[in-house]
Write a protein that binds this ligand. Structure first.
Ligand code: NAP
Length: 310
């Protein structure tokens, strides 16, 4: 019997039987609220099948109140691990027993490994973004001057930490509430005091999300990453005014739903190279798979499954 595509958090209190009676048994899933839209089951199930691993991956709907309880129920329900998405990534950091250094610095966990009764947390969003940039633009983050929109959000922080760990040439942290970008800049500053030669501008800057500040910083940028929520709805204003986009910019939008965002349309019209967040989604998923199974993920199988699903 195939497993349903969606479970409620309360199913976890039913213990292993609620999940292990299916063929293949459900031993992986993604926690979220909402979670119905998540594309992770599509490419994880394709990968599991291609690798001959008799495990199914499902969606687990859980609200914020019940998330800690649901997370703790994973071992008894027979799970190997889980992914965590909106809005639980920060709560997952607090809810696991152990956490890797990058996840701690990012302030969030998107991948959980069940090790006996213990839960170990990782975050693959930043490394996934890094792989996506390399694949889309054939260049490494470390060689780029990056302007990061939405640096104060969960994904933005994870990307900022990744840029800092890779010691990118320059990082401009942009956030609507500028205090969040400033606090993050203070945390990351030690990583930007390196042997890299000082240029005409500071290597690490925090600015508000406004046009005049952006115009100044974009003169010294190679890559713009949108990690704001802008673009998730078609009616959203663009994350960056079109007049600020030059043809030499690389523009990466972490948003992946609903086709091209206004930002990507404007960037393409300006002659800039663009990519959307599907590649980040793919690579963060492949990295989760590698953490769970300690083997390379079948990336092309996952890509095919993800890109052929509307
Ligand atoms: P979040 O924690 O709620 O952060 C939202 C960010 O957007 C904050 O920086 C917020 O600024 C900013 N923002 C919201 N409305 C804005 C507006 N009107 N003008 C300017 N800035 C605004 O959300 P998240 O979980 O980080 O997700 C952010 C984005 O990343 C989403 O679009 C999501 O789809 C994407 N994402 C993609 C992947 C992937 O695999 N491709 C993975 C994770 C996330 P304030 O701090 O001022 O509120």
């Amino acid at each position: 019997m195939d497993a349903p595509e969606l479970f409620e958090w309360s199913d976890l209190s039913g213990g292993a039987d609620a999940f292990q009676r299916f063929s293949p048994p459900v031993r992986l899933g993604v926690f979220g609220d909402p979670v119905e839209h998540s594309r992770s089951p599509v490419f994880h199930n394709a990968a599991l099948k291609a690798c001959g691993i008799p495990v199914a991956y499902t969606r687990l709907h859980v609200d914020a109140t019940h998330f800690p309880e649901a997370l703790r129920a994973l071992p008894a329900a027979g799970f190997l691990g889980a992914n965590v998405t909106i809005p639980h990534k920060a709560a997952a950091l607090a809810g696991v027993d152990e956490v890797d250094d990058y996840a701690r610095a990012s302030g969030s966990v998107n991948t959980v490994v069940v090790d006996g009764q213990r839960l170990i947390g990782f975050n693959t969003d930043g490394p996934g973004l890094s792989r996506a940039i390399r694949e889309e633009f054939l260049v490494d983050l470390k060689d780029l001057r990056v302007v990061l929109l939405g640096a104060g959000g969960g994904a933005g922080r994870a990307i900022a930490v990744q840029c800092a760990m890779e010691a990118c040439e320059r990082l401009v942290l942009v956030n609507r509430s500028v205090e969040k970008a400033q606090a993050l800049a203070a945390e990351l500053a030690p990583r930007f005091r390196s042997e890299k030669p000082a240029g005409p501008v500071e290597r690490l800057v925090a600015i508000p999300h406004d046009e005049s500040a952006l115009a100044r910083e974009l003169e010294h940028a190679d890559l713009v990453i949108n990690a704001t929520a802008l673009g998730m709805k078609r009616s959203d204003p663009p994350a960056l005014p079109a007049r600020l986009i030059s043809p030499s910019l690389l523009v990466y939008d972490t948003v992946y739903s609903g086709g091209a965002t206004r930002l990507l349309e404007d960037a393409a019209a300006a002659g800039a190279r663009t990519a959307n967040g599907l590649s980040m989604l793919l690579h963060q998923g492949a990295l989760s798979f590698e953490i769970w199974f300690n083997r390379p993920a079948p990336l092309e199988v996952m890509r095919q499954a993800l890109f052929s699903t509307p």
